[in-house]
Design a protein around this ligand. Structure first.
Ligand code: G6P
Ligand code: MG
Length: 236
């Protein structure tokens, strides 16, 4: 009996959906890669798309550290600031040319379905460029809260970004679902005690509770199915 009550309380538990930005809502992950690649070429560092998976979801300076580690380079802090600024300049050149067509398929539809159902929405991104991107694409009003690299100190896989978003929304972590395309982001969501739906490849995002190829494969009905399965698994 208690188990049944618990089950019915846990299922339909989603009160908020928190979205990573780059590679989940908008197709900016490719621009981060292109800008880092340009820097790597300049520094004569071999940097592959595979290496790039380690950068996804990771803050700007931490990403630079990974690239420098690959190239076995140890520049001083002033040079590091310069490299990061250069990368960001190239990244912003790409962003400046971005159009609403680069909003990833299914994002707008799913966000509006959530709104109609009274489910809160937030962004949880390491990017300091989040406000600029939202403004450029006219998406500011679609999120009830934005937790981004401008307010969060500890980068993913630390749970701070998603816990901050949940707090801003006034929703408990166990009632939040995170959508993430990065390995570090999936870890961050799990560390926050949230249900995590990976966006991308099942092989890469193996730790997510469920993986889809994009938000065009998501709907409220599908989300309810996923949360039911994950609740049952937890209770077994
Ligand atoms: C996101 C991206 C990372 C990026 C980070 C910081 O998490 O997935 O690739 O490095 O944001 O972005 P920023 O726009 O502040 O350089
Ligand atoms: Mg991402």
């Amino acid at each position: 009996m208690i188990l049944m009550i618990l089950k019915s309380r846990i299922s339909m538990r989603t009160k908020a959906c928190i979205f990573d930005l780059d590679g989940v809502i908008v197709d900016t992950a490719k621009y981060h890669y292109l800008a880092w690649k340009k820097l790597a070429v300049m520094l004569n560092i071999q940097f592959s798309r595979e290496d790039n998976e380690r950068l996804k979801g990771v803050s700007r300076m931490a990403s630079l550290d990974i690239i420098l580690e690959i190239g076995k380079m140890t520049p001083d802090d002033r040079m590091k600031e310069e490299y990061a600024a250069l990368k960001n300049k190239w990244y912003l050149d790409y962003i400046g040319r971005m159009t609403p067509e680069e909003i990833l398929p299914g994002s707008l539809e799913f966000l509006s379905e959530l709104k109609s159902a009274g489910i809160k929405t937030a962004l949880g991104s390491a990017s300091k460029n989040t406000p600029l991107i939202l403004q450029r694409l006219g998406m500011e009003s679609l999120f009830d809260a934005v937790a981004d690299g401008n307010i969060v100190r500890n980068a993913k896989p630390d749970p701070e970004v998603f816990l901050t978003a949940a707090k801003m929304l006034g929703v408990l972590p166990e009632n939040c679902v995170v959508f993430e395309d990065a390995i570090a982001g999936v870890e961050s969501a799990l560390n926050a005690g949230m249900l995590c739906i990976g966006i991308g490849s099942e092989k890469i995002l193996a730790n997510a509770h469920y993986v889809i190829t994009g938000l065009d494969k998501m709907s409220l009905k599908k989300l309810r199915e996923i949360e039911k399965v994950s609740d049952n698994e937890q209770l077994l």
